[in-house]
Design a binder for this molecule. Structure first.
Ligand code: BG6
Length: 486
């Protein structure tokens, strides 16, 4: 569906996010015919590039990520023709007048400022945009996580943005919310009659959320070492997933209703304070090991610093203190350099109350619903059935299996394609509202504080494994195990 004409100004246009995600996403949307002919894409960064140099840069970035763009006929050239470039140095306060000129004749259009820069610059950029009169009635700002590094800095950042852009024009991206499979979680819960009656502590034993990566810190050690896995993945992506699993049915799919329900979940999260941090959390750091590509160095070697306590792995037992979820633990884990790239949500139902089968039928496993976010996106509902054949009543645990790739023969668009177009459409439902982000920090802060106060280093784990053994012990203490791929 075509959208209204828009101008998008990308700050940090020569950076990693712009190369890997934004330029390819805009190209794909243009190729799909969704970008109106008048739309303009203006790159800015400190680098002194001409329009043509930026177009060359963008061409390379797109071809690296979408090699088939080479054979796209004139599509790629037409896309590149929309691009222009203005050098802007936010700190040195240079280039704003030129940006104003580039945006001339577009005052009536939707105007998007995409801040793909370090968060340190968000406040300054917003302030300068305001001072230079570049913010129009129809302007929107898009900011990337991390929004701050704790509650206090998140508030400051939100205040700085809020002085220039009202909340309705502020789009805080959590790209997990743009993933097809994550949106499908809402369809699964709220477009089916089957699950919702069972979706509570009477029928659900526990929930696991795993976001495992096989890659290491990939040249981002500078940022990552100041953040760590809790800030980088749990405070945002994993808590957003937890909210979508745990929230009450919203009144509608409108942004306000969704954010209201997420906020309630976050407010119900039991604080993990000093006394509990050792039993409810495990932080790990990878040592040298192997990944699919061969031997890989440890985190400290990559960083060139032998004293860092930054965690590259976290496992947590979270509890939601409300009527629906009382006594249903949510086990969360994420890490870099794990055995595989695999993200999934596993909802395990309670055991049957009584078995009518005799011992020869074999063990009866609990039902579980596995929502695989990536790779091999799909949903599996594990059920007990009778082993076929005349050999008596033997039971087997087998999945009702819905693989998205098999069920739908369509390209799985990148999250950014959906999210950027939602900004143009003015649809905030897949973005994070200020209070939601801040509430997530309010829960994460005491964990970070307690870790900081403890002198204990993170638990080591070998690259290419599933993390430190303490993470296995965390869930086994409760008589449960992490879900393994079946
Ligand atoms: C980002 C984190 O938000 O998400 C990265 O900063 C992480 O550290 C990435 O690698 C994972 O995203 P995806 O889409 O590859 O699962």
């Amino acid at each position: 569906i075509a959208v209204e004409p828009f101008d998008i100004v990308v700050f940090g246009a020569t950076g990693d996010l712009s190369q890997r995600k934004l330029l390819p996403a805009l190209y794909e949307r243009d190729k799909a015919g969704q970008v109106p002919p008048e739309a303009r894409i203006i790159g800015t960064s400190r680098r002194p590039l001409s329009d043509d140099e930026f177009r060359d840069f963008a061409r390379k970035a797109i071809l690296e990520h979408i090699p088939t763009a080479e054979q796209s006929g004139t599509v790629l050239d037409d896309f590149l023709a929309r691009l222009s470039y203005v050098p802007v140095d936010a700190n040195a306060k240079k280039g704003w007048a030129d940006l104003g000129k580039a945006l001339k004749d577009g005052a009536e259009r939707i105007r998007i400022f995409y801040l793909a820069t370090s968060p340190d610059l968000f406040g300054e950029i917003c302030g300068q945009l305001g001072q230079h009169g570049l913010v129009t009635e129809r302007s929107r700002v898009v900011v990337e996580k991390p929004i701050g590094k704790d509650l206090e800095s998140a508030r400051e950042l939100n205040d700085a943005i809020g002085r220039v852009f009202p909340e309705e024009s502020t789009y805080r991206i959590d790209h997990y919310l743009g993933k097809e499979t994550v949106q499908n979680l809402m369809a699964l819960r709220f477009a089916n009659a089957l699950f919702e009656p069972l979706w509570n502590s009477s029928h659900i034993d526990h929930v696991q959320i795993t976001v495992a990566e096989s890659l290491g810190v990939e040249g981002r050690a500078g940022y990552y070492d100041g953040a760590g896995a809790l800030r980088d993945m749990v405070q945002n992506h994993i808590l957003q997933l937890l909210c979508l699993v745990a929230m009450e049915p919203p009144t509608s799919m409108e942004a306000a209703s969704l954010s209201d329900e997420k906020l309630k979940v976050l407010k119900s999260l039991k604080p993990i304070t000093d006394g509990m941090v050792n039993t409810a959390t495990v932080r790990g750091q990878y040592r040298a090991g192997a990944s699919s590509g061969g031997a890989v160095p440890g985190y400290l070697d990559e960083l060139g610093n032998t004293t860092s306590h930054t965690e590259t792995f976290v496992a947590l037992k979270a509890e939601i203190e409300n009527w629906r979820w009382a006594n249903v633990p949510f086990y969360l884990r994420t890490g870099k350099r794990l055995a595989a790239r695999m993200s999934e949500i596993v909802v395990t139902f309670r055991a049957i109350p009584h078995s009518v089968f005799d011992g020869s039928a074999g063990p009866i496993s609990q039902n579980h619903l596995v929502i695989r976010l990536q790779p091999d996106e799909g949903v599996k509902l594990w059920l007990m059935i009778k082993d076929p054949g005349p050999g008596g009543m033997r039971l087997q645990h087998v999945p009702l299996d819905m693989s998205f790739a098999e069920a739908f023969n369509v390209r799985n668009p990148d999250a950014y394609e959906r999210l950027v177009m939602d900004v143009v459409r003015g649809n905030q439902s897949l973005f994070m509202r200020r209070d939601v982000v801040e509430q997530a920090w309010a829960w994460a802060d005491p964990i970070i504080e307690a870790w900081k106060a403890s002198k204990e280093p993170p638990k080591p784990y070998t690259a290419g494994t599933w993390g430190p053994s303490a993470a296995i012990a965390l869930i086994e203490r409760d008589g449960r195990t992490w879900h393994e791929d079946e």
